[in-house]
Design a protein. Structure first.
Length: 123
C-alpha cells in the first residue's frame, strides 16, 4: 500500500510466503539495515580511493549479479534469506556513499543542485 514504510510492506509481503513470523522477519531486516549503515560509511573512502564512477559501475554490476541470485537465496531458508538481505543492503549502502558527490558532478555548474535534486527525487 502507498504510504507504508518499505520495511512494513516487505514484512507483509514476504512473511507469509517464506514461513517466517513477522517479528523474526523484522529482526532479519534490522540486521540487513545495520549492514546498509556500515557499507554506506565504508563506501565513501572506497569511492575516493578507486574513483566514484568506477565504484558505482562495479557495484551496479554486483547488483545485477545479485538479482540473478534472488530465487536461489530465497529458497535457502533462514540462511539464504539472511544472506539475501545482508548482500542486498550492503550493495545498497555501497551506492549511497558516493551518490551525494557524483550526482552534482553530472550537471553544469549553473544547474548543478537543481539537476541533482530533481534526478535524486525522481529516481
Amino acid at each position: 500500500k502507498a504510504g507504508k514504510p518499505m520495511t512494513e510492506a516487505a514484512a507483509a509481503a514476504f512473511v507469509p510466503g517464506l514461513g517466517f513470523t513477522r517479528n523474526d522477519f523484522l529482526w532479519m531486516l534490522i540486521a540487513g539495515v545495520v549492514f546498509f549503515g556500515i557499507f554506506t560509511l565504508v563506501s565513501g573512502p572506497l569511492a575516493e580511493k578507486y574513483g566514484r564512477r568506477k565504484m558505482l559501475l562495479t557495484v551496479t554490476a554486483g547488483i545485477f549479479v545479485f538479482g540473478l541470485l534472488f530465487v536461489p537465496l530465497f529458497s535457502g531458508g533462514f540462511a539464504g534469506t539472511m544472506a539475501l538481505l545482508i548482500i542486498g543492503f550492503s550493495l545498497m549502502g555501497l551506492t549511497f556513499g558516493p551518490m551525494g558527490a557524483i550526482l552534482p558532478e553530472l550537471f553544469p555548474t549553473n544547474v548543478r543542485y537543481t539537476g541533482s535534486a530533481i534526478s535524486y527525487n525522481v529516481s
